[in-house]
Design a protein around this ligand. Sequence first.
Ligand code: ZN
Length: 490
Amino acid sequence: MRDVFEVSRYDAAGRLGELEVPRAGVTVETPALLPVVNPHLQTVAPAALESEFGAEALITNSYVLYGSDEFREPALAAGLHEVLDFSGAVMTDSGSFQLAEYGDIDVTTAEILDFQERIGSDIATPVDVPTPPDADRERAEADLATTRERIDLVSATDTGEMLVTAPVQGSTYPDLREAAAEHAAASGLDLFPVGAVVPLMNEYRYADLVAVVAAAKRGLPESAPVHLFGAGHPMMFALAVALGCDLFDSAAYAIYARDDRYMTVRTTEHLEDLSYLPCSCPVCAEYTPEDLRGRADDERERLLARHNLHVSFAEMRRVKQALRRGDLLELVEARARGHPAMVDGYRALLDHADRLERTDPVSKGTFFYLSADSPRRPEVRRHHDRLDRLEPDGESVLLTEGNPADGFDECWRVAPPFGPYPPALSDAYPLTAQVPDRLDDAAYEWAADGVRRLVAAHPATEFTLAHDGWPASALDRVPDRVELWTLGET
Ligand SMILES: [Zn+2]
């Protein structure tokens, strides 16, 4: 793996970074969205992707160019950048999609890699074998063995300045994904696409998507740039970035437009169902749904594609701003509330809170408690781990939601969902959290777990918990040896 990727800031496992693309002589800010360009159907011209949308990189299919009477020779003679009229980084796919779709392609990995090099691709891809979700394990293993051979072949080839990807396959088997990722990382190649996840996204299986990506991430070093292949719907950008995905590509903007489908960050709408356009991009500012429906097919397709791109790039900017401000998990949670399948995705993400915690900054913006899922965030886990190490001073300690009281060696505060903390930490992240007045029981239960951690770590200390009417489900979790006071009743 060449040293081309640098992370400048983390939030959960999400990161702002820079990918240096030596052959293009450009640096791409990540997370980045690479629009997919079909040379034969340029719904939005590559030059416009650059000037109107700020795309720093795009992806096109070298196998399509290889088999094209129209593009093959010009691409070989003048190079991809010239043919596409695009000055950013150009990544090329290899025909794996066609292989998965039609079962066979008439080119070898060595041939297509050489072709990608000759047409001036900046980031090339071997012909991996995408195994769909839920495939037989036997098939997933056999496909993986072929992908490994091809990765080994390209890693033994001198590709000069051109970066080369090592795709991670393995269907919906987390152990195969993890092993595939370890092999890919050991290949010395540069970028790591997680492949064959489009069916999961099309079926709204976001929890399974999280499991697949998390498994791939376990097998890769932290410094590896990760591409989520075929992930082009803005509703899942925040979730996938929080897991540690750096690059995305969207063919969806064009494919959806062809079917009159209109993307939003919550869902996909059909143009015929829209009475209003809930967006302020240049297309939606200028047209009504009625206007769009009245346009000729190709013009309507172009307009919808531009809207779909605007909403996608805007969401990626929102994700980057959240990364910079340190409230990416708040954005993930907001997106989770837009669709039940995204709730599953968010909850699956929080199943990996221990991994998210490793790179999560110690201090960020203000923790917003937004739902009963919020206590499962890595910040709460980290505070509980810290309780094992914090030392109360003295033999009797009051943990209180109210004011300090006499008769104790020390008074600590206690706050849902974190639990107890010494007053000196009051102004420290995440204890400055904003929580609603009407908290759910989960917040108190997590605070009670914090009390339990502290009490377990100090068997010789006497604890009293003064709480403001915690529910029984929380008080049941407090160890019996803790004396309980209800504030307002004493
Ligand atoms: Zn719009």
